[in-house]
Design a protein around this ligand. Structure first.
Ligand SMILES: [Zn+2]
Ligand SMILES: [Zn+2]
Length: 71
């Protein structure tokens, strides 16, 4: 009976839409989004620090990936 949750959708750097799943950044605790169909693609928060951020100089803030693969 559960209706499917509407996941946020964003475009990757090639213009394809992906449904996003929130995951925690392992380094600072902020929310990073990962493509549901391709966990290698991530969207990092950039200057949107979370309340629980432990490191505002974390790579996800200093050089965020936006629909790109972590290298
Ligand atoms: Zn981080
Ligand atoms: Zn952070």
């Amino acid at each position: 009976m559960s209706s499917s949750i509407d996941l946020p959708r964003r475009r990757d750097e090639e213009g394809d839409f992906h449904e996003l799943l929130p995951v925690d950044c392992p380094d600072c605790g902020c929310t990073v989004f990962q493509a549901k169909d391709d966990p290698g693609l991530v969207w990092e928060p950039g200057t949107s620090w979370g309340d629980e951020c432990r490191d505002k100089q974390c790579h996800c803030h200093e050089s965020p990936l936006l629909g790109q693969r972590r290298s």
